[in-house]
Design a protein around this ligand. Structure first.
Ligand code: RIB
Ligand code: CA
Length: 284
């Protein structure tokens, strides 16, 4: 019996790999994508979600438009959010299924549903404040002592720190932080072996990392960091990541700090094995 999965997303190049991984994993039934601002604005993240599903042959999956906001990472993901290639993806004949993500969560989440949140947490926080419960919530975000937007704050938590605070204080998320995901490099060999349309989205991201390798500890030819796919892999196959409980909170900048909220944090994974898992699923 496949596990129902909803992905809350701001596609986004690494989001695209995460969505493709879920769409091609029989362990989960992809019940919907809920979109949020983040890497680019909400209009583009929503349009990108629709086109990615069309490319993946999954127009059966509904897209629900969520929260707008400010901020962005066009320098990493391109002005269109998909490395300048968004319009090369097919149009989705199916329009968005709605614009109330709280209602969608409330109507769709069952006790065995897992939600993977791989963008800013605005949609998730709004649902929590409306009384929606998330039985299993896997969140890509945060950094323990590190950040990629500031020295201490990671993008998803930085982009809406108040929402991140709501999630860590009122839900019991599994947090998949930069400390782990920045070690998960989809190098150029990996990119040469997977769906060329996905690899074709990575030019801007690869150039960005090459230009910032000193702070990303990456070499010129190292490809991209698949932050979101690492988190979604845990949603697909629980136990993929080794978790440990930490007492944490999130400050007003969006930085993970010591605190009283006991949350599971992904600390380690067998990256060669996970890389092979992804390669196998994404090369079809
Ligand atoms: O910090 C990495 C996160 O920010 C990823 O989710 C990436 O897609 C961006 O949203
Ligand atoms: Ca993302």
């Amino acid at each position: 019996m496949a596990t129902p999965l909803i992905i809350d997303t701001d596609p986004g190049v690494d989001d695209a790999f995460a969505i493709a991984l879920a769409a091609r994993s029989p362990e989960v039934e992809l019940k919907g994508l809920t979109t949020v601002f983040g890497n680019v604005g909400l209009d583009l993240t929503t349009a990108n979600a629709l086109r990615l599903l069309a490319h993946l042959g999954r127009t059966d999956v509904p897209v629900v438009r969520g929260s707008a906001g400010t901020g962005g990472a066009a320098d990493v993901h391109g002005e269109d959010g998909l490395g300048g290639q968004a319009l090369t993806l097919p149009e989705n004949p199916r329009p968005i299924a709605g614009d109330d993500t709280t209602r969608f969560f409330a109507d769709t989440i069952t006790p065995d549903t897992v939600v993977a949140a791989i963008g800013p947490l605005t949609n998730i926080a709004r649902a929590i404040e409306a009384g929606v419960e998330f039985p299993r919530l896997v969140v890509m975000g945060g950094g323990l002592g590190i950040g990629n937007m500031t020295l201490r704050a990671e993008f998803n938590f930085w982009a809406d720190a108040k929402a991140a605070q709501t999630v860590i204080r009122r839900a019991r998320p599994i947090i998949v932080p930069l400390n782990l995901t920045q070690r998960c490099v989809a190098d150029t060999e990996f990119l040469s072996r997977v769906d060329p349309v996905l690899s074709g989205l990575t030019g801007t991201y690869r150039a960005y990392l090459a230009g910032h390798r000193e702070q990303n500890h990456s070499r010129q030819d190292e490809g991209i960091l698949v932050h979101d796919a690492v988190a979604v892999a845990e949603a697909i196959v629980p136990g993929t990541l080794q978790l440990a409980v930490h007492g944490l909170d999130i400050d007003d900048e969006g930085a993970l700090v010591e605190g009283k909220h006991q949350v599971e944090v992904a600390e380690e994974t067998d990256w060669p094995a996970l890389r092979s898992f992804m390669e196998q699923r994404l090369s079809g």
